[in-house]
Write a protein that binds this ligand. Structure first.
Ligand SMILES: Cc1cc2nc3c(=O)[nH]c(=O)nc-3n(C[C@H](O)[C@H](O)[C@H](O)COP(=O)(O)OP(=O)(O)OC[C@H]3O[C@@H](n4cnc5c(N)ncnc54)[C@H](O)[C@@H]3O)c2cc1C
Length: 289
């Protein structure tokens, strides 16, 4: 039976007040509510675990804003997809993140849904997650006992779980600013909007014009229980130029190493084949052939 009862809700306007509530162990855990585009769907209990207590964090200005210092781009957890799409800093440092934001839902979802919600919701189909994994992002978590940093590679340990403790908020996401880095994003869904991905991919590498690629990082969603890297495909690209041989080797390695599942959105065979094709096309576009 769907649960129609509204859970108790608090809406603190200061971070410290939010931390105090989160630290209160006398009841069930508080579930942070950001844009609500995932959590509201879970409210009735028909999809996912319904929240027993809701902490509305929309009023916490400390979780907003996009800023850059010498070597890090910092994105507040409450940054919406619309804000990501319009940010000059994101366009400069990691335009692939704006590309990912542009594929999420439609305008209503983009105006309300946040990058922090996407990260903590931890869906293996979450569209920003492959970009964050490919660029080596760091998640900054905060609680009444201070802040800590968790690398994207450690943030989603298993299906729909995160490294976040119940008393913590995701405050912001840090992306290293790396010279000569390129990042590309591709999503394959049933439609071009309002589609959950069948395969979603981000590819990052470093190279000056025409030089071999280094520091190659390939991350995929919707092909495993969590967002994953593809080390064999990365190895097939590392130290090479983006020519046909490299593309064939990388695509073959990728199709061999991923183990997707059949589900309502796609078959495993389709996902394996399309992942290889998308990677081949990304490399072809980068190589200009
Ligand atoms: C019609 C529709 C289409 C969609 N299309 C896509 C799509 O194409 N691609 C895609 O990836 N997703 C899609 N989504 C899912 C959703 O919009 C995104 O995951 C969005 O980023 C969630 O952000 P939010 O702010 O709404 O999170 P919320 O729903 O508020 O929260 C999501 C989860 O994260 C937790 N949380 C949120 N912020 C924090 C924080 N700062 N600290 C700690 N915990 C936090 C919440 O407790 C909850 O568990 C779609 C959803 C809908 C309804």
């Amino acid at each position: 039976m769907p649960n129609a009862v509204e859970p108790p809700t608090e809406s603190p306007s200061r971070l410290m007040a939010a931390y105090e509530l989160l630290a209160d162990g006398s009841g069930p855990p508080w579930r942070p509510l950001a844009g609500g585009t995932d959590l509201m769907v879970q409210m009735t209990g028909e999809i996912g675990e319904p929240p027993e207590r809701v902490l509305d964090i929309w009023g916490l200005d400390e979780l907003r804003g996009i800023a850059i210092d010498a070597d890090t781009l910092s994105i507040g957890a409450l940054t919406t997809y619309t804000e990501l799409r319009h940010s000059a800093l994101v366009a400069d440092v990691v335009p692939a993140l704006a590309d990912a934001a542009a594929t999420i839902g439609a305008a209503q979802i983009q105006n309300r849904g946040t990058i922090g919600g996407n990260v903590v919701n931890a869906s293996p189909a979450g569209d920003t997650l492959p970009v964050l994994l490919a660029v080596g992002a760091e998640m900054i978590l905060g609680s009444s006992s201070g802040e800590r940093v968790v690398a994207a590679g450690d943030f989603w340990p298993s299906y729909r779980t995160t490294a976040r403790r119940d008393d913590e908020l995701l405050l912001r996401i840090r992306i290293p600013v790396v010279p000569d880095r390129q990042v590309r994003f591709r999503k394959v869904g049933t439609r071009r909007a309002q589609a959950i991905s069948k395969v979603v991919m981000a590819l990052a590498w470093r190279a000056r014009d025409g030089d071999p690629w280094t520091d190659v990082r390939l991350a995929l969603g919707s092909v495993a229980a969590t967002t994953v890297r593809a080390p064999a495909a990365e190895a097939a690209m590392e130290g090479r130029r983006p020519d046909r041989d490299m593309a064939e080797a990388a695509a073959a390695a990728l199709s061999d190493e991923i183990v997707p599942i059949d589900d309502v959105r796609s078959t495993a065979d389709y996902r394996r084949a399309v992942a290889g094709r998308v990677l081949r096309r990304l490399i072809r576009d980068a190589g200009g052939w």
